[in-house]
Write a protein that binds this ligand. Structure first.
Ligand code: Z5A
Length: 215
């Protein structure tokens, strides 16, 4: 049995990660490939509780910036050990809505923590797990703002100012430039069908054609 593939989706809010993970899940099912979806923070019972603490201040106070980092990493450690690694070992593909590039973009480029310190802490949390492929769904701030404005309520991150979100977007693009083999930048301001087709083509070319599985 071959090991599963670990594919992460990253990008600013409203960039279409949830939408395109579902599309890719359907595409893989058509190819006869088993996959699961995860999200961060969350994806486990413990992780979902941490999500409440992080996004909606469920403890009655906001975490300070260093506590915020540790909470994201605790959620990730639980997810990697209890969900991602077991799935990959069984040959199941894992499609993750955010992983460690979000920590480098938000807590590194956004909050200003040194990326190298975050990388060390992240490696401790994940045991060194690295995605096989990462889609960076990129959208200009104007598109992000438009998509988010349609929401009734906003979480703690969505309420941050535009300068914060500009740093995040630039940070993601910088991370992609540093890991061109793993990270594929997709212009997600285009029509959903066009974005979906591009993502499928990358997956087909990277993983399916060589194994003869793609139809
Ligand atoms: N965070 C962090 O700081 N550090 C970390 O280490 C981690 C996370 C792991 C998680 O929020 C927050 O935690 C996040 C970063 C921080 N900050 N925020 N906010 P979340 O999981 O609740 O939110 P999100 O990850 O940003 O997801 P989202 O806002 O739900 O967006 P999305 O999943 O990327 O987009 P979507 O829901 O698929 O699409 C948004 C809308 O656009 C929707 O109405 C779609 O129908 C529409 N859409 C999608 N694609 C298109 C196209 N191509 N055309 C037109 N409309 C489209």
């Amino acid at each position: 049995m071959s090991a599963g593939r670990f594919i992460t989706f990253e990008g600013p809010e409203g960039s279409g990660k949830s939408t395109h993970i579902q599309e890719l899940e359907s595409f893989l099912a058509q190819q006869g490939i088993r996959s699961i979806r995860t999200r961060e923070p969350g994806g486990t019972k413990l992780g979902e509780r941490i999500r409440e603490l992080l996004q909606h201040d469920a403890a009655g106070e906001s975490p300070v910036a260093r506590a915020e980092v540790m909470l994201f990493l605790a959620s990730r450690a639980q997810l990697v050990e209890n969900v991602i690694r077991p799935a990959l070992a069984e040959g199941v593909w894992v499609l993750a809505d955010r992983f460690d590039d979000s920590t480098f973009a938000y807590q590194g480029y956004g909050r200003g923590f040194p990326i190298q310190e975050l990388r060390l802490a992240d490696t401790f949390a994940t045991g060194g797990l690295v995605p096989d492929l990462t889609f960076l769904l990129d959208v200009p701030l104007s598109v992000m703002r438009e998509r988010l404005s349609e929401r009734d309520t906003q979480d703690r991150f969505e309420r941050e100012g535009m300068e914060f979100h500009r740093k995040i977007r630039d940070g993601f693009l910088q991370l992609a430039a540093e890991s061109p083999d793993r990270m594929v930048v997709v212009d997600s301001s285009r029509a959903r069908e066009v974005v979906r087709a591009e993502i499928e083509e990358v997956v087909r070319t990277r993983f399916l054609l060589q194994s003869g599985a793609a139809t």
